[in-house]
Design a protein around this ligand. Structure first.
Ligand code: IPE
Ligand code: IPE
Ligand code: MG
Length: 240
């Protein structure tokens, strides 16, 4: 089986999972956290070097206040609970998005976890929090424009490599595979630049039901895909 160097996941369907059971949406988010634990474990086991999880979008701030605050407290709970696992398994935590928009206590536990796991090198777990790709691109363009304004670079210096490096994901390779759960077939403002040549797989399972078997099924499908990057089939070497 071919293992992606970078797997990105849009974890969708927590609310509908709960609604189907006549439970409050937050019950679905709680089960969603358990799914995160399982999927992180499997990815670490099989050697996925980079796992990026879309956990909260810039647009999700518009949800009802009680859902937003429940999600924030679940997040800080998750981080505290997972620190030992991250340390034991040499997993480094990374964040993309606007950490500064998160409640101060959540931002603090994030920064603390990032610092404590900074030397881990087996796997990078990136959480996209208060993340939107358009917002990321705007912030990045502004950063580069400032460098031009102060004379650090010229407009001609800006190329794809420089722009990629200046994004929140600057340290990560582009995703090889994107999985979205819950049957929705859209990107919802996730990694718009980085997904240019990513393989896409859509699973009908709601995120709380997405388990080891579901992930391995997706990886099997990914293994059968031929990535051509604009070339002809004959030009690209078969991947192992
Ligand atoms: C994904 O599940 C989690 C977040 C967006 C925070 P949803 O909460 O979007 O669940 P559905 O899509 O409403 O079922
Ligand atoms: C995308 O899911 C964001 C996350 C999974 C965090 P949404 O539920 O917010 O996306 P839409 O609204 O269905 O496009
Ligand atoms: Mg959703």
């Amino acid at each position: 089986m071919r293992i992606p160097q970078h797997l990105a996941i849009i974890m969708d369907g927590n609310g509908r999972w709960a609604e189907q059971r006549r439970l409050p949406r937050i019950a679905g988010h709680r089960r969603g956290v358990e799914a995160v634990h399982e999927i992180v474990t499997v990815c670490r086991e099989i050697g996925v070097g980079n796992l990026t999880l879309y956990a909260f979008s810039s647009e999700n701030w518009g949800r009802p206040d009680d859902e937003v605050s429940a999600l924030m407290s679940l997040l800080s709970h998750y981080l505290r609970g997972e620190l030992k696992t991250m340390l034991d398994n040499r997993i480094r935590l990374n964040v993309i998005g606007q950490i500064d928009r998160l409640p101060a206590n959540v931002a603090a536990v994030l920064r603390e976890t990032i610092a404590k796991t900074a030397d881990n090198s087996e796997m990078t777990l990136t959480l996209a929090l208060s993340y939107g790709a358009r917002d990321e691109i705007v912030r990045t363009v502004r950063k580069l424009a400032n460098k031009v304004a102060v004379g650090e670079i010229t407009p001609e210096d800006i190329d794809e490599t420089m722009l990629s490096a200046a994004l929140d994901t600057g340290m990560l390779p582009d995703p090889d595979l994107l999985i979205r759960t819950s049957g929705e077939m859209r990107i919802s403002n996730f990694l718009l630049w980085q997904l240019a040549y990513t393989e896409l797989i859509f699973s009908d399972l709601f995120w709380p039901d997405f388990d080891r078997k579901a992930l391995l099924d997706c990886l099997k499908e990914f293994s059968c895909r031929q990535r051509r990057f604009g070339l002809t089939g004959a030009q690209v070497k078969p991947e192992k």
